[in-house]
Design a protein around this ligand. Sequence first.
Ligand code: PLP
Length: 408
Amino acid sequence: MPTAVTKPEAIAPSLSANAQGLGIPDDLPGLDASKLLINCSDKLKELPPPEKLVFGQTMTDHMLIMDYSPESGWSAPVIKPYAPLELDPACSVFHYTPALFEGMKAFLDPSGQPRLFRPDLNMRRMSTSADRVALPHFDENELLKLIRQLVHLEARWIPNIQGYSLYIRPTMIGTRPAIGVAASTHACLYVICSPTGPYFPTGYKPVSLWAEQDAVRSWPGGTGAYKLGINYAPCFKPQREAARKGYQQILWILGENQQITEVGQMNFFVVFKREDGDWDVVTPALDGTILPGVTRDSVLSLIRADKASSPLANFSHKLHAHERTLTLPEVKQLADEGRLVESFGVGTAAIICPIGRIGYQDKSTGTTSEIQFPEYKSGLGPLSTALMESIVAIQEGRVEFEGWSVPC
Ligand SMILES: *Cc1c(COP(=O)(O)O)cnc(C)c1O
């Protein structure tokens, strides 16, 4: 049985083998947090009222930025006032899109100190994404040290209210100023921050999904397992069409067997009753088409943790976590048998997003049907409720578990 402690390798096992070939030359400077230069803004912005925050729209006072060039390696990192970038129009990122990002959050603990949640996993995933689009290698520990400094400086932006946090967006783009089709020899790595409130400010409302069987988000041998910008733009049009049909998000379906991959930009989970009364908790396996989410891993680890140490120890049912192929017909059959308990998407932004129903087209008849999940008074199912409480308590430093919460 897997242990509860997930090493970064679990999120991105293939990096060390692959990244070595793309490592930067030994004689060039690597990323070095001790060279950090801080240029503070002389006019700090006014903090917006927390209840007015819209996800991703307000940026903090400062950004962290550094460049890589094949002549001088990594530049000294700089924290400076938030400002537009100036880029050559020929830069690779505008043409062939070597671009990637991460999404992580900082929370205030009971003593008012900012904390990050499992940031080593985000750094590792960012490395694997950079490696996949042949951008230069960077030292994950050095970048994490720099992000901690940035968060420390921007801590006044984290509203001291439960459910609020600072969303952190590390980004890396290829900046080779030439239009020949080739790997970008130059890169810019920057980190921006945005204060954010709860995903469901007025209580949980299960979302409706459209099972998308024509457009695919990812495919075997593709790039779905990496947080690359190229994976997202092609999802916007199907998303708009699903909205026109009256569904809030997309359930991405892959292949003839109607494999479920992800929901919107979240990992998918379904919970159902077994013959023996225990509950199975199933999520698609990391087969290369699934983004290896930190929240996904945290949910699996909490369910699999030893009884004694687990925040879920007193849960009403015995739980069995499975990472395996999951198909739309299987979920339909579980619904027909009355065995569905709940289903939810997980990711850093929402943490847990309950699913209410799934609409899909029967390809043989052309008719549309729906799978309904049981309804719960709070909008969250029993396992979602327990997971949400546990994860938030760990993130906010109220409960200690496996060193997941890291003070800045
Ligand atoms: C970021 C992301 C997730 C969730 O990952 P977390 O690390 O839990 O935030 C899931 N699916 C996709 C496609 C994503 O981009």
